[in-house]
Design a protein around this ligand. Structure first.
Ligand code: ADP
Ligand code: MG
Length: 211
């Protein structure tokens, strides 16, 4: 199973979600490979910090440019391949979309993030021409913890206009523990924050129902 975390904007929490899902799966004994397809190498640097922290190993490979063949090959050897693609319309993103079974697009509910969606919707449509089984969903990321703001309902209303992109049920909220975990080479499921842990568990159950 190939899960692509992608989008056309940086700083939306892609690498955070990729690394947290990888830790969640690794701790459950799932054979998981994190494929870092972002030239900025955020996920690879996180793995280096993790290796220095005596944590359970998470496998990580780096590939930029055309990642299709690498992703398909890794998917033969690993149960789950998580691709962390950079935040722009790149060759990495386009080729990963042809390989992926599932794509999630982390979005802050900000205008700047939402403005990327019409173009991304088109790009997903093109990828589906080559990869008809691709399922793409946006996920609200870094959402405010204030329960009065119902961003999920608002985002769902907004996403209705896009043909190719649905909305994941899971929501990742803005919590300092995510930054701490990224810095420490950890996943939040390994740290003592029940709320963040529950978010990642729910998201993982939604994305990997059989695992
Ligand atoms: N849910 C969150 N809560 C708090 N901080 C977050 C969250 N997600 C990401 N961040 C922080 O925001 C910054 C960008 O996140 P990152 O995952 O690297 O985004 P991207 O990969 O989309 O560029 C990082 O400093 C990261 O620690
Ligand atoms: Mg990133």
């Amino acid at each position: 199973m190939i899960l692509l975390i992608g989008g056309e904007k940086g700083g939306t929490g892609k690498s955070t979600i990729a690394t947290n899902l990888a830790v969640f799966l690794a701790l459950r004994g799932v054979d998981v490979m994190l494929l870092d397809a972002d030239p900025q190498g955020t996920a690879s640097k996180w793995v280096e910090r993790r290796n220095g922290a005596e944590a359970a190993a998470v496998h990580c490979a780096q590939k930029t440019g055309d990642v299709y063949a690498t992703a398909m090959d890794l998917a033969k050897r690993y149960q789950v391949v998580i691709i962390d693609a950079g935040g722009r319309d790149s060759r990495e993103l386009r080729t990963a979309m042809v390989a992926a079974d599932r794509m999630i697009i982390p979005l802050k509910a900000s205008q700047a993030d939402l403005e990327t969606l019409p173009h991304l919707d088109e790009v997903v449509g093109l990828a589906k021409g080559m990869n008809p089984s691709l399922v793409a969903t946006a996920i609200l990321s870094m959402a405010p913890t204030n329960p009065i703001i119902n961003e999920v309902a608002e985002a769902r209303d907004l996403l209705v206009q896009f043909e190719e992109i649905g909305l994941a049920n899971g929501v990742v909220r803005e919590r300092k523990i995510y930054r701490d975990a990224m810095y420490a080479g950890r996943g939040v499921v390994e740290m003592g924050n029940g709320k963040a842990k529950a978010e990642i568990q729910l998201l993982a159950q939604e994305l990997f129902p059989g695992l």
